[in-house]
Design a protein around this ligand. Structure first.
Ligand SMILES: *[C@@H]1O[C@H](CO)[C@@H](O)[C@H](O)[C@H]1NC(C)=O
Ligand SMILES: *[C@@H]1O[C@H](CO)[C@@H](O)[C@H](O)[C@H]1NC(C)=O
Ligand SMILES: *[C@@H]1O[C@H](CO)[C@@H](O)[C@H](O)[C@H]1NC(C)=O
Ligand SMILES: *[C@@H]1O[C@H](CO)[C@@H](O)[C@H](O)[C@H]1NC(C)=O
Ligand SMILES: *[C@@H]1O[C@H](CO)[C@@H](O)[C@H](O)[C@H]1NC(C)=O
Ligand SMILES: *[C@@H]1O[C@H](CO)[C@@H](O)[C@H](O)[C@H]1NC(C)=O
Ligand SMILES: *[C@@H]1O[C@H](CO)[C@@H](O)[C@H](O)[C@H]1NC(C)=O
Ligand SMILES: *[C@@H]1O[C@H](CO)[C@@H](O)[C@H](O)[C@H]1NC(C)=O
Ligand SMILES: *[C@@H]1O[C@H](CO)[C@@H](O)[C@H](O)[C@H]1NC(C)=O
Length: 520
């Protein structure tokens, strides 16, 4: 089956065409669309929406970031959005990117606690978060170590006083892999918080929004969108214009069969099949006897899967291994094949996501942004699929897979609702989701029979050490929509280094995508 224009949004087709032509701009080009409504104009009570910035300042590659401010007066920050961890951590100004120290940069900003009149120390050295460690990549883990504190955070037009978060003073490696540092917003349950042994969990950012009365329940929607456009994160609501067809609600899975509590965003993978150019389908992955858990992780740039499936997937795309990664000339990436993911949960509902093969390839840009990898004059694309290390028993569905979907994380109900994303949507219909079962179905105006009921208990709300309160600001932060004009890797397209594929280069290159912001 060919991808028909009816089933795949136009932007994808245009992206793949440009990709096939070998131009780097495919992912950067801003399609000129006449008018984008301003998010601020459609602010809906009980929700908070911020733009997801998919490449910031040219050096970060395909990372998803949110803009917010911290402290009084407000200090602007851009931090990674990460469904794979739970701590929100800013970089301490006195410890990071201080001119006296290294040449490292902090493109997302730093936070000077001394300069904030509303800063409160909660637990000195209370946070020690280690990320990554799920792939076979030789790069070591990244870590952020520091204090647990409270201060004012502004997101969109909401000012949350008393929000709890970490301030990092130390780091080993970093989330960017190029010597630069950035903070993070962890969106998962408090279970995964990296608090000091024996210390209580604290309210996550999502829980702070609930505690302050900004949103009705622990719920947010992620729309990563096409690479050339701003995506969005919507706390407390969903946007019916950002997906195609019905939402399917899946009950999250317990981390282990013996566990009776939902503490992670685990789902079940039933099948991955590939649709070939001639229209035939081939089943690539069909876990039989055991449960195959998958985790939708916005902080990971790749699809991470166990060894038994990895080489099969690489083979199907036609990519060739070089070291621990797979490459294909961009001009040879098929725009007529796709992967279909069938997902389920602890229940009978099943969701299908169609991911065009082109979404798994990205031009191989050097970590320092100085150029793009070429082989025999052809721009090389890197396959955004990685092999899990042997003790990782689940798959990470990173950005390439998540971009294809619209994802609603309904934490109080222990459910994830998903639909095929309507990429490059130019319209919006934000609806607040009420607390209690079937809130998503009600907001989406779908019959509740299409929903599901989670019978297992979910991870509880953590208790705040200082009380939270909510005010609104007239100056919203982080709100933008439409095409994104920032350019990936410092305009690499204009100054492509014609470097040949080789082992040493591959390691330089890969640094920019190896670190998954996943903490378990
Ligand atoms: C795929 O790319 C080829 C060559 O650029 C083009 O002719 C064809 O229309 C494209 N197919 C789709 C489905 O975009
Ligand atoms: C932090 O703010 C304080 C008070 O405004 C100032 O004295 C100090 O130089 C700042 N530190 C850094 C690293 O910017
Ligand atoms: C943070 O945790 C890591 C791994 O658990 C440990 O090796 C390291 O010593 C800890 N760092 C601090 C400052 O506690
Ligand atoms: C969505 O669900 C409704 C109610 O069951 C059904 O009538 C409709 O056909 C579904 N739409 C799609 C696109 O599946
Ligand atoms: C995939 O595997 C088959 C058989 O194992 C082999 O013949 C084929 O050349 C491989 N394809 C690629 C693109 O590596
Ligand atoms: C979820 O899983 C548990 C066992 O892990 C089972 O007892 C329960 O019935 C399941 N619930 C649903 C809704 O399937
Ligand atoms: C969930 O439970 C409610 C109340 O117990 C029931 O009315 C509803 O039909 C159930 N929904 C599904 C999808 O089973
Ligand atoms: C978390 O807190 C909210 C609001 O107080 C409440 O409705 C919800 O049931 C709590 N969830 C859990 C799992 O304790
Ligand atoms: C995010 O913040 C950066 C730095 O302040 C700014 O350049 C950028 O325009 C902001 N983007 C959005 C979407 O708010």
């Amino acid at each position: 089956m060919k991808l028909t224009p009816g089933s795949i949004p136009f932007a994808l087709l245009s992206a793949s065409t440009a990709l096939a032509a070998g131009t780097l701009e495919f992912s950067l080009e801003s399609r000129q669309v006449s008018h984008f409504p301003d998010l601020a104009e459609r602010n809906v009570q009980g929700t908070s929406e911020s733009a997801l910035i998919s490449n910031y300042d040219g050096t970060l590659g395909m990372r998803y970031m949110i803009n917010l401010t911290v402290g009084t007066p407000p200090q602007p920050q851009s931090v990674l959005i990460d469904t794979g961890s739970s701590d929100t951590i800013f970089l301490a100004a006195e410890s990071f990117c201080n001119t006296r120290k290294s040449s490292s940069k902090c493109p997302g900003g730093t936070y000077n606690t001394s300069a904030s009149s509303s800063f409160k120390m909660l637990s000195p050295s209370g946070i020690n978060a280690t990320y990554g460690g799920v792939t076979t990549s030789s790069a070591s883990n990244a870590a952020l170590v520091g204090d647990l504190v409270a201060d004012v955070i502004q997101t969109d037009d909401l000012i949350i006083a008393g929000a709890h978060f970490g301030v990092a003073h130390q780091s080993s490696n970093n989330m960017l892999g190029n010597g630069d540092y950035i903070g993070i917003m962890g969106l998962a349950y408090p279970s995964a918080e990296a608090v000091k042994q024996g210390e209580p969990k604290y309210p996550t950012f999502v829980e702070s929004l609930v505690d302050a009365g900004a949103i009705a329940s622990r719920l947010f929607s992620l729309y990563l969108n096409a690479v050339s456009s701003y995506g969005s994160i919507l706390f407390g609501g969903l946007d019916t214009e950002k997906y195609i067809g019905n939402l399917t609600t899946l009950n999250m899975m317990p981390r282990r069969a013996s566990s009776t509590k939902i503490q992670f965003f685990m789902m079940q993978l039933d099948e991955v099949s590939m649709t070939h150019e001639d229209g035939t389908h081939e089943v690539l992955i069909k876990p039989s006897d055991q449960t195959q858990l998958v985790y939708p992780d916005s902080g990971t740039m790749t699809w991470v899967l166990p060894a038994e499936y990895y080489s099969k997937v690489v083979n199907m795309t036609g990519a060739k291994m070089q070291g621990s990664n797979a490459f294909l000339p961009c001009s040879q990436v098929s725009n007529e094949t796709s992967f279909t993911f069938t997902l389920s949960g602890n229940g009978t509902n099943k969701a299908q996501l169609e991911v065009p093969t082109t979404l798994f390839f990205t031009p191989a840009v050097l970590a320092d942004g100085s150029g793009v990898l070429k082989s025999e004059g052809e721009v090389m694309c890197i396959l955004m699929v990685q092999q899990a290390n042997s003790d990782t028993d689940f798959m990470l569905l990173g950005a390439p897979v998540m971009r294809a979907g619209y994802w609603i994380f309904d934490m109080d109900n222990g459910q994830i609702s998903v639909a095929q994303a309507r990429l490059s949507s130019t319209t919006s219909n934000v609806v607040a989701v009420g607390a209690g079962p079937h809130g998503v179905m009600n907001a989406a105006k779908q019959p509740s029979q299409l929903g599901a009921n989670q019978t297992l208990a979910v991870d509880g709300n953590a208790t705040a050490s200082v009380s939270m309160s909510l005010t609104t600001a007239t100056n919203a932060v982080g709100q933008t929509s439409g095409p994104q004009s920032t350019v990936l890797s410092g305009g690499a397209a204009g100054q492509m280094a014609d470097v040949t594929l080789g082992a040493s280069l591959v390691s330089v290159l890969m640094l920019s995508i190896t670190f998954g912001a996943f903490l378990l």
